[in-house]
Design a protein. Structure first.
Length: 156
């Protein structure tokens, strides 16, 4: 192949692509900010260990991840929910009555804190956008049916 059609990044097989940083504001809960700070400290310790072990592949991955988490920590905008929210907003936990009568709670959190299995959903997710601004008694589409907001919890 002609060198004219080879990108410099293709020549360096060891280079890792940067982690993509979201274009959305980096809103975080107090817990989310603490998690970002803890992850930066963990990666700094891993980087030191990788340097001592001369582990070039691990060092490249760790350094790339450290750049990402430092940028996320540095751009974090902490948001504290109201103690007694009347509407779903960032940081608020909403308990829904799902179709069939079961209940489930979801808290709107920052993108890096999201863990759907734990009920922590990113504030930019479709479900969070559907919940935003609703209050107790309001209904929203959920899994092709309708769910009702039973309770809102803020900072506790």
């Amino acid at each position: 192949m002609s060198r004219a059609f080879v990108k410099e990044s293709d020549q360096d097989g060891d280079a890792l692509p940067e982690r993509v940083i979201s274009p959305h504001p980096n809103l975080v809960t107090a817990r989310g900010l603490a998690l970002l700070e803890a992850r930066v400290r963990e990666l700094e310790a891993e980087r030191s260990a990788a340097r001592q072990a001369n582990a070039a592949d691990a060092l490249a991955r760790i350094t790339r991840d450290l750049r990402y988490f430092q940028a996320r920590r540095d751009s974090a905008k902490p948001v504290a929910p109201a103690a007694r929210p009347e509407q779903v907003r960032f940081g608020v936990r909403a308990t829904l009555r799902l179709p069939g009568g079961a209940t489930q709670s979801f808290q709107l959190v920052g993108e890096d804190e999201a863990d759907p299995k734990a009920g922590l959903i990113s504030y930019v997710s479709p479900l969070a956008r559907a919940l935003m601004g609703l209050g107790v008694g309001d209904e929203l589409p959920f899994a092709g049916q309708t769910a009702e907001i039973l309770e809102l919890q803020g900072q506790g």
